[in-house]
Design a protein around this ligand. Structure first.
Ligand SMILES: Cc1cc2nc3c(=O)[nH]c(=O)nc-3n(C[C@H](O)[C@H](O)[C@H](O)COP(=O)(O)OP(=O)(O)OC[C@H]3O[C@@H](n4cnc5c(N)ncnc54)[C@H](O)[C@@H]3O)c2cc1C
Length: 396
């Protein structure tokens, strides 16, 4: 994260009558919930409910804010690719540029060269902006690398830094413009069916009615499903830690506008303001919770970073952690529940929920109402079958 997304309280005048029957109630005020609520509100009456007093308090406010088209499996890469136009030529809900260039360099030691070459072969056909380098060429482009560490590197020159707060705010603004409603401090604790209508009750006892419930509750998606009486899809929240370090003495600040990721995914580092944002790239299973940083993982990251880079880290600042929530096949689960009427899944955004939000929200809004995927998403390589909740690979 460049900084946590700040408090975002909801003005009292946004509160409509609770006797309304909404077309969709979206549960979760992170990037997933806000983006799909915006897309649905084009043709529906939509309410978004969030348990916390502020929006984007959990994973969305804790990301590394990058757009990496060479990251994740083929479906994730297709969703990311299909989101690029939104960031490059945003719609009128966006009032300032959302992205800036931040090339990605994936570096491998001698024993990791094959990993780098395999990744290059996999992503090159769809991403002409990638380049394969040997160690000396990588060091010439990346002043942070410790001489002799890198044997092979992949550079994705089209990677970007995302203004996550700006993106979330844009969707929020767009949702309100389309007549959508937002309620914070509205954690859903019970649900019942009255004929074709779902009645959702929050912790304060307020009941709200809707034809469809969109489950965009991040790490809590399986808990929300349980409240509604649906089968879980097996969401696994995995904790990821991050922290800040200063630029080393004598090195320009920052050395290069470049993110460095180890081929074994045991660390990454990227410039952030006057210092560097670092992560052990940890994936520790966790219950859904307000995640806290892991000191052992921080120590491990410092060792790995001091071996691979010239950062010479002795102290760190501002550690934080968030939960990246995965399905078994590490692909989001999107669309109507196969057995429970009126429940729509929008879960399992993993470590890519910001960068693929524009395309995923459009896919989710189409599948939610039984439409086919928009043709530009199909052209980008997406298939509905790889997203729908019924697929067996999702639950492993
Ligand atoms: C350290 C780190 C680095 C990352 N870096 C990147 C990156 O560079 N690029 C990228 O694209 N992604 C990145 N990610 C992943 C990205 O942040 C997530 O994929 C994304 O934020 C998930 O959004 P979400 O809306 O699904 O979840 P959340 O933001 O967690 O939102 C879910 C919301 O649902 C609410 N909720 C839960 N239960 C209920 C209930 N019963 N009633 C009402 N509300 C409820 C919660 O309070 C929460 O606010 C990173 C994640 C971490 C932790």
């Amino acid at each position: 994260m460049t900084a946590p997304v700040p408090a975002d309280s909801v003005p009292a005048d946004s509160v409509p009558a609770d006797s309304a029957i909404y077309d969709s109630i979206v549960i979760g005020g992170g990037i997933a919930g806000m983006s799909i609520a915006y897309e649905l509100a084009e043709s529906q009456r939509v309410l978004l409910v969030e348990r916390e007093t502020t929006l984007a308090y959990h994973t969305t406010g804790r990301s590394a804010a990058t757009f990496l088209e060479s990251y994740g499996n083929a479906t994730v890469r297709a969703l990311t690719r299909a989101s690029r136009d939104f960031f490059g030529s945003p719609p009128d809900i966006v009032d300032a540029p959302l992205v800036s260039p931040l090339p990605l360099m994936i570096v491998g030691r001698d024993d990791q060269s094959d990993l780098v070459r395999d990744r290059y072969r996999e992503v090159r056909p769809r991403n002409p902006a990638v380049e394969l380098l040997d160690g000396p060429a990588a060091e010439a482009q990346n002043a942070l690398l410790r001489p002799g560490y890198t044997a092979a590197a992949l550079v994705d020159h089209a990677s970007l830094e995302i203004d996550v707060h700006g993106l979330h705010q844009a969707y929020r603004r767009g949702l309100r413009r389309r007549g959508g409603d937002i309620r914070t401090s509205a954690g859903i604790v019970a649900a019942r069916r009255e004929r074709s209508v779902w009645v959702l009750r929050d912790a304060a006892g307020t009941e709200r009615r809707t034809h469809a419930v969109v489950n965009a509750a991040g790490a809590w998606c399986d808990e929300v499903a349980a409240v509604m009486g649906a089968h879980p899809v097996g969401i696994r929240p995995l904790r990821r830690t991050a922290f800040m370090v200063s630029a080393p003495t004598g090195m320009p600040t920052p050395a290069d506008r470049l993110m460095t990721l180890s081929a074994g995914e045991d660390f990454y580092v990227r410039p952030d303001g006057p210092g560097y944002l670092c992560s052990p790239a940890d994936e520790t299973p966790s219950e859904p919770c307000d995640a806290r940083p892991d000191e052992l993982e921080i120590a491990r990251a410092i060792d790995a970073l001091n071996e691979a880079t010239r950062l010479a880290i002795r102290s760190i600042a501002h550690p934080w952690a968030g939960l990246r929530s995965f399905t078994a096949d590490r692909t989001p689960v999107v669309g109507p529940d196969p057995t429970l009427d009126g429940l729509v899944w929008f879960a399992g955004q993993g470590g890519y929920g910001i960068q693929m939000a524009p395309a995923l929200a459009r896919a989710g809004a189409a599948l939610a109402v039984g439409d086919p995927l928009p043709t530009d998403l199909v052209d980008a390589g997406l298939a509905a079958e790889s997203l729908l909740p019924g697929r067996s690979a999702a639950t492993g």
